[in-house]
Design a protein around this ligand. Structure first.
Ligand code: GDP
Ligand code: MG
Length: 157
């Protein structure tokens, strides 16, 4: 099909253990679907500390890192890959500020959370970061290449 710049961009979104506990998975996924993004990968898993230490490699020396590991391994999470134009930046806006106290109403964190230590979701923060995280969390075979039939209604060709 026709090539549209940036449409194949992908990002990693995860519903953290507090979001799964609070049964927010459906509501969070709904926001990405209704926005027009395409789901290309999804799974539920109990994360190992080893995977998390790679995922959060740049936070290893932060004082909150041990509690972050404890939080993220406290129960199952749901990881997803969403695809679409500018999806990395748009999903950061949809997710809201890292600190829920600063997150706008209408964002996932702004609507569903109060404290930075339980902020419900993860979203990659750059295109390069997203590529790194997707490779870390998913095998190539777990990512679906499929055509969305309403593509022409979502994007100008
Ligand atoms: P994000 O990209 O918006 O998730 O934020 P970061 O990459 O900076 O941090 C990763 C995650 O670490 C955040 O989503 C929080 O769950 C947690 N975190 C970040 N900063 C703090 C902090 O100051 N205190 C605590 N307890 N957790 C934090
Ligand atoms: Mg981050």
């Amino acid at each position: 099909h026709m090539w549209i710049p940036g449409v194949r961009e992908r990002t990693l979104i995860a519903v953290k253990p507090d979001g799964v506990q609070r049964r927010l998975v459906g509501q969070i996924m709904q926001r990405f679907e209704q926005r027009g993004f395409k789901l290309v990968g999804m799974k539920m898993l109990q994360v190992s500390e080893e995977l998390l230490s790679q995922h959060y490699q740049e936070l290893r020396r932060k004082p909150f890192y041990p509690s972050l590991l404890h939080y993220m391994t406290s129960g199952p999470i749901v990881v997803m890959v969403w695809e679409g134009h500018n999806v990395v930046r748009t999903s950061r806006i949809m997710v809201g500020d890292t600190n829920p106290a600063e997150a706008q109403a209408g964002t996932v964190r702004g609507d569903f959370s109060i404290h930075i230590s339980r902020n419900v979701v993860h979203a990659s923060d750059s295109v390069e970061g997203a590529q790194r995280e997707i490779q870390l969390w998913f095998h190539r075979k777990e990512l679906m290449d499929w055509d969305c039939y309403d593509h022409n209604s979502t994007y100008q060709l």
